[in-house]
Design a protein. Structure first.
Length: 380
């Protein structure tokens, strides 16, 4: 199979790399992290102006009809520079849900705004008790005149603190953990009854707890058919997992480069410590893990847009498992090879390590996906 990038893909990758390289040094990232928004408003706008946020959407909505491989190229560069912007959650996950479930009017209004980054979306599907299960939904949506009334709590809504609209999963029928009866609503976080408690996650990104107290939403704010949202949530989370694997690979590449550079420059007993065979072996093991994760990220990108199937789900679960474990291995060994400096706040490697630990727990950890992979295996 030929994995050579075509000319358009090379230009896309170069555009993303140049944009973040020129605007995202470590000191600049700290300034963005400490801002009220939690990321760079300028870079977020540039992602829209350069068309990078429009890549996955159809041309009818201002996009380019890009593939999972195109998204992979962008996400790798965002991960390499530890970008804080909510590209994954707004463009890939939430935008994908709107494109799959939205009616003609909703898509015509929302998707051009998402593609141009004039509207930021977030997705609220996790709950305190759900532990990665998209069908474990206790937030309720009760029918009332003119729409629905939402009640409950969502947790770890990444980017929710600054989102203009939040996509909230809620149960319109059935019991907890039923696969039927889950609906998806567009919720304005500024409307009555909605409150947010924002905080920084371990890797510097901002998230929030979302509290819904008798929040009224109209029938026009329902995405798709009532009670039929779970299949779309699982499919679009799969696309998000593929993009996240690419983001993690970019971060792993940066961690390996930092570690190799340190081994070449740090001296002990008058020689660079990179000349010690034991440390060379550790570096080779890190590169082997990176190569495996890179291969699985490519596989995930290739299957991300395929129709839903057990084969697609197995490939995405396998990619997530390999990426999680490779990320932890590279983070742990990079810090050990650096020594104490690898843990300091002022050194960027520690932030790559934190980001890789966060990636390993978003959208399901390796144990969760290994169990999913096992269930999907077809015994001959």
């Amino acid at each position: 199979m030929d994995f050579t990038l075509n000319q358009e893909q090379q230009m896309l990758q170069q555009t993303a790399a140049r944009l973040v390289r020129d605007t995202y040094g470590y000191e600049q990232r700290e300034t963005f992290r400490e801002s009220a928004q939690g990321f760079s408003a300028q870079l977020w706008q540039q992602l829209g102006e350069l068309g990078l946020a429009a890549v996955p959407f159809a041309e009818a909505f201002g996009g380019f009809g890009g593939s999972g491989v195109d998204l992979m190229l962008i996400m790798k560069e965002l991960g390499r520079n530890l970008c804080l912007e909510p590209y994954l959650h707004s463009v890939v996950f939430a935008g994908g849900l709107v494109e799959q479930l939205g009616n003609a009017s909703q898509k015509a209004v929302l998707l051009p705004q998402v593609a141009s980054t004039t509207l930021q979306l977030a997705v609220a599907v996790d709950e305190p008790q759900s532990h990665y299960l998209l069908n474990d939904v206790e937030v309720t949506a009760i029918p009332e005149e003119g729409g629905w009334k939402l009640q409950g709590r969502k947790s770890v809504v990444v980017g929710g603190q600054s989102a203009g609209l939040i996509l909230v999963s809620a149960r319109t029928s059935g019991e907890a953990r039923d696969t039927d009866g889950i609906s998806l609503f567009l919720v304005d976080p500024n409307c009555e009854g909605v409150s947010r408690r924002e905080y920084h996650s371990i890797d510097g990104r901002k998230a929030c707890e979302l509290l819904l107290d008798d929040v009224h939403v109209t029938a026009a704010e329902l995405l798709g058919e009532p009670g039929k949202a779970l299949a779309a949530l699982r499919y679009q989370q799969g696309r998000a997992i593929a993009a996240q694997c690419a983001e993690a690979v970019g971060s792993m590449e940066a961690a390996c480069e930092l570690t190799l550079d340190y081994l070449k420059t740090r001296k002990q007993f008058g020689v660079a410590i990179g000349s010690f065979q034991a440390l060379q072996h550790r570096m080779v093991e890190m590169r082997m893990e990176l190569d495996q994760a890179s291969a699985m990220a490519i596989l995930a990108a290739c299957v991300a847009d395929e129709p839903d199937s057990d084969e697609r789900s197995r490939a995405l679960a396998a990619a997530k498992v390999v990426t999680c474990r490779a990320g932890r291995f590279i983070a742990d060994n990079a810090i050990q090879l650096h020594g104490g400096i690898g843990l300091t706040w002022e050194y960027v490697l520690s932030h790559h390590a934190k980001h890789l630990l966060m990636v390993a727990r978003q959208f399901g950890d390796d144990d969760h996906h290994l169990e999913s992979f096992s269930r999907l295996m077809q015994v001959a």
